[in-house]
Design a protein around this ligand. Structure first.
Ligand code: TYM
Length: 325
């Protein structure tokens, strides 16, 4: 039997390099492995856990689907869908919340960070974020979840929920594991913390032009001279170089750095060009797909239907075990 895979990205706008390297690359790898059956969604309901703009939510849902397709997610191989159109996720999330303590949720580092960032929006939806995420995964009985390392605390919550459910109600849900990629942690261009949509100046969008990429890469803070410890912005620069340049080029730049003869602008412009070369075909496909909205509609419609069939089956299995049916 094929193992199941589930992943998702919030509908906060365009994808950035962190999403691409930490999540979508892993999603593609698993899609192209015949041992897996993949479900990939736009986590639009998770978008409302922090302040959001209702007038752009619908457009952002589509934007993510279009970028998924442009990067290479194939609706013939993977089920692509929108979370809010499969309401079984929400029903299951409520049942799951009965085995999770409030204290456990309040202690999660991801929750604390968001509360700090948006003190006015400390809502039930935010507290419930990991429970809904567990429901997303469990409703497909997914074994593997391709996500960045920042999501590990949420996967731990999902595993705890699975263990409790299996123990209390005799369900046979698998404990989901993270599927990791080389880019599982993409640092911020500011040299501190991770690349994140909510931090201006920290990210490169997949749809950025060569000029934008060059400007952003040039803005990575580096030392006056090469040769010191590889920390902060220099660490970011070399990590991105490792992911986008050939091994030979990467090693050459590193050697130049240690010998104190690296010109930062040279590595930066080489890197910007390499990133753009990888993104250019994706950008071309985004343009094409935007001209073919009816195809995108069809993909979404078919995906939501397929996802619902699986989600409904798991939900009724769990409801029976819990005594509802
Ligand atoms: P979101 O939109 O915050 O992030 C989407 C994916 O991108 C990864 N990511 C990164 N990876 C490496 N380096 C970075 N700087 C970086 N920034 C973001 C995230 O790890 C994530 O994989 N909670 C999820 C959405 C979700 C979900 C799910 C995922 C909702 N339900 C069920 C998997 C399964 C999230 O973080 O979205």
């Amino acid at each position: 039997m094929k193992q199941r895979v589930l992943s998702g990205i919030r509908a906060t706008g365009k994808l950035h390099l962190g999403n691409y390297l930490g999540a979508v690359k892993g999603m593609i790898e698993l899609q192209n492995n015949p041992n897996y059956e993949c479900f990939y969604m736009v986590a639009d309901a998770h978008t409302i856990t922090t302040p959001f703009d209702p007038s752009s939510l619908r457009q952002n849902q589509r934007e993510i689907i279009i970028e998924y397709l442009a990067i290479g997610l194939n609706p013939e191989k993977s089920t692509l869908f929108i979370q809010s159109r499969v309401p079984e996720h929400f029903e299951l999330a409520f049942y799951l919340s009965s085995v999770v303590s409030i204290a456990r949720m309040q202690h999660l580092p991801t929750y604390k960070e968001k509360v700090k960032q948006y003190p006015e929006s400390n809502t039930m939806a935010l507290l419930n974020y990991p429970v809904l995420m567990a429901a997303d995964i469990l409703v497909y009985k997914a074994n593997l979840v391709p996500v960045g390392i920042d999501q590990e605390p949420h996967l731990e919550v999902a595993r705890e929920i699975v263990r409790k459910l299996n123990q209390i109600y005799g369900t046979d849900l698998p404990e989901p594991r993270r599927f990791t990629t080389l880019g599982h942690y993409v640092p911020s261009l500011k040299g501190e913390g991770k690349m994140s949509k909510s931090v201006e100046g920290s990210y490169i969008n997949l749809t950025d032009s060569l000029e934008e990429i060059r400007r952003k890469i040039r803005s990575i803070p580096t030392a006056m001279v090469a040769g010191g410890p590889i920390i902060g912005g220099i660490k970011t620069l070399f990590l991105l170089a490792k992911l986008f340049l050939s091994e030979t080029n990467y090693q050459k730049f590193k050697e130049d750095y240690h010998r104190g003869r690296l010109q930062f602008v040279t590595i930066k412009d080489t890197l910007a060009e390499a990133i753009y070369q990888e993104l250019r075909p994706i950008q071309e496909r985004v343009k094409q797909l935007k001209k073919n909205q009816s195809y995108v509609d069809k993909v979404i419609e078919n995906g939501c239907q397929k996802a619902r069939v699986v989600a409904q089956a798991t939900l009724s299995e769990i409801k029976k075990k819990m005594g509802f049916l």
